[in-house]
Design a protein around this ligand. Structure first.
Ligand SMILES: [Zn+2]
Length: 210
């Protein structure tokens, strides 16, 4: 047994449902949320299970798509306006975009969770980054054409331009932002679950912040 394991003092747990305290959490479970987890006593386990099931049932997918799309459109405009910032900051912005789109999807779904919302959020966050890229290229092309380009850059041409950027080895920062935004958005609507052991990574994380 590892030494640090022996020095752990018995932790006082409080069931988040009924408020019962314990120092010997045999049979207790842990409701894992997006951030942190809540202990559940054995007699409240089924109630917690029901709540988690409730969270994942009948999401309002139309609302999720609508709210997510609005957030993605705002984010795309933000990408366009922030084109000049350094790549390191852009990565933070991309993570923020993913988070905001994920939150918007959760909100629009009626505060639900689950895989269908995760895919929705991921797709919309990816669309936000692509949309931002489109606005940037559209601006660039219309500037180069000095007004002779009427209207918007056709999507076909956008893809060709994007392809040629990659061919010149210039698109990889964009690809990174794309990946970061999708990953962050994908995590936010993750379904909650019950575990029989407290999740370790979150315990470390709690130690770091607490
Ligand atoms: Zn309880």
């Amino acid at each position: 047994m590892a030494p640090e394991f022996l020095s752990v003092t018995p932790q006082r747990l409080r069931c988040y449902v009924c408020g019962t305290f314990t120092e010997s959490p045999n049979g207790w479970s842990y409701r894992v949320r997006l951030r942190g987890h809540s202990p559940v006593c054995p007699s409240c386990r089924s109630k917690a299970e029901q709540e988690i099931e409730q969270l994942a049932s009948n999401p309002n997918l139309l609302g999720a798509v609508l709210f997510g799309a609005v957030a993605a459109a705002v984010a795309a405009t933000g990408c366009y306006l922030l084109e000049g910032v350094p790549t390191a900051e852009k990565i933070g912005i991309a993570a923020g975009i993913g988070w905001v789109v994920g939150k918007a999807v959760v909100f629009g779904s009626g505060n639900k969770r689950g895989p269908s919302l995760q895919w929705t959020a991921g797709a919309l966050a990816g669309a936000a980054i692509l949309g931002g890229q489109y606005l940037i290229l559209n601006h660039l092309v219309s500037k180069l054409a000095s007004g002779s380009l009427s209207g918007w850059l056709p999507w076909r041409q956008f893809w060709i331009l994007l392809g040629s950027l990659f061919a010149q080895g210039k698109g990889f920062a964009g690809l990174l932002l794309f990946t970061v935004a999708i990953s962050c958005a994908f995590v936010v609507p993750r379904a909650e679950k019950l575990l029989s052991e407290p999740p370790r990574i979150i315990r470390w994380w709690e130690k770091l912040v607490g």
